[in-house]
Design a protein around this ligand. Structure first.
Ligand SMILES: [Fe+2]
Ligand SMILES: [Fe+2]
Length: 168
């Protein structure tokens, strides 16, 4: 597939994810603080948008399933700076995300489940087992680093456009 402008990437991204972005629980991710000053929603849209571009450029099959799993990789739905669990957030939140996704949206495919459970690789035990899983763990690290350095702000215009079009 040939996609060569930002607007075309945005349209393709919405084609893959619009129903999820319109879901009130996905929208609630805007209220959870993530990586100091961003939200889980902003971070997840940024990560999954980067994954979309990589999928298209590299010709990864089933890009829609990959991008949808990437959007929900941090669907853990709690305030991790203040809410503690028996296990450290690093190890706990991928499992919490899978549980929340399957409770809310139904079963993930084995490929999508592995993507989410392995996105903290190499810190977690689960290893990425597909091209999409490797792209997600790489994009997550890049975007998380940008969140802390505030350079992920450069995605703001695209993020706002995605949100504006998602509700049309
Ligand atoms: Fe995460
Ligand atoms: Fe993440």
């Amino acid at each position: 597939m040939h996609v060569d402008t930002e607007q075309n990437y945005i349209l393709l991204y919405l084609q893959y994810t619009k129903d999820l972005l319109r879901d009130p629980i996905v929208d609630s991710m805007k209220t959870y603080r993530h990586h100091r000053e961003t939200s889980t929603h902003y971070h997840s849209v940024y990560v999954s948008y980067c994954v979309l571009k990589l999928c298209i450029r590299l010709g990864v099959p089933d890009a829609k399933s990959v991008v949808r799993a990437a959007l929900l990789h941090d669907f853990y739905l709690y305030e991790w700076y203040t809410e503690k669990h028996d296990e450290n957030h690093i190890f706990y939140h991928p499992k919490a995300s899978v549980k929340n996704i399957e409770n809310h949206f139904g079963a993930l495919s084995p490929m999508q489940r592995n993507m989410i459970l392995s996105h903290m690789f190499p810190l977690c035990r689960e290893m990425p087992q597909s091209p999409g899983a490797w792209l997600l763990t790489a994009a997550d690290k890049r975007c998380a680093g940008e969140d802390y350095l505030h350079t992920s702000n450069r995605f703001r215009a695209v993020y706002d456009e995605i949100n504006r079009r998602a509700v049309l």
